[in-house]
Design a binder for this molecule. Sequence first.
Ligand code: GUN
Length: 281
Amino acid sequence: MPAKIIDGNQLSRQLRGEVARRAAALTAEGRQPGLAVILVGDSQASQVYVRNKIKACEENGIYSVFEKYEASLSEAELLARVEALNHDPKIHGILVQLPLPAHIDANKVIEAIAAEKDVDGFHISNAGLLMTGQPLFRPCTPYGVMKMLESIDYPVRGAHAVVVGASNIVGKPQAMLLLQAGATVTICNSKTRDLGLHTRAADILVVATGKRNIVTADMVKPGAVVIDVGMNRDDAGKLCGDVDYAGASEVAGWITPVPGGVGPMTITMLLVNTLEAAERT
Ligand code: GUN
């Protein structure tokens, strides 16, 4: 039996409706939630992601400012912009789109964002709070994945979750969230020997490597939940994930499509984090 689809667009619509309602309530009190998005350079992919984030703010009653800079922007200039936004009362969330040009130290920029406005959840203080089980902001993509598991009432407690990819943006915080939900967690990385040995043991398989077809049908446990965080282009230029979708959906119990899976959920959770930042002020 083919896998059931976890539809990120449909779940996003539900969650965004709730965000819009709460944002309107704050706006009525003169406290409209506000997000600032900074993009440095002209990466096509980053421009698309950022445009979608701004559009989602507009559609759901969140005030947004978009600041776009040439790739030649200096680190000091960027730090000065972040500092100004830290003190801007209309702004409750600050997102600096990654990756940054090589001459800018991304860690330094992330640490410059006020922790209470760090809606990405990347600041070391927020990473530490997450790791110790007291999250302020959960990073948007892993948070969206947890909402997807919740939407199918998946019993995470006691399940074996395998996360393929160990980035600060997805893999590591994903592993923490799954661990805190009671899963037994394995984290694989680009150097893992015999990846299939690990993935075949997964009840929940989260794949976030940026490598097309890194997970094929033979690497999936029958009935597993397969969550594909990848965002790649196939040979025809069409969007695809990290998982061989056609093959894996014959084996898995549940699967997320690309596009229409994790992508919209990442943006939805950014709206949630921005809203909650505003609600806390
Ligand atoms: N680049 C890829 N994903 C993300 C994200 O979630 N936040 C930011 N700031 N940059 C990214």
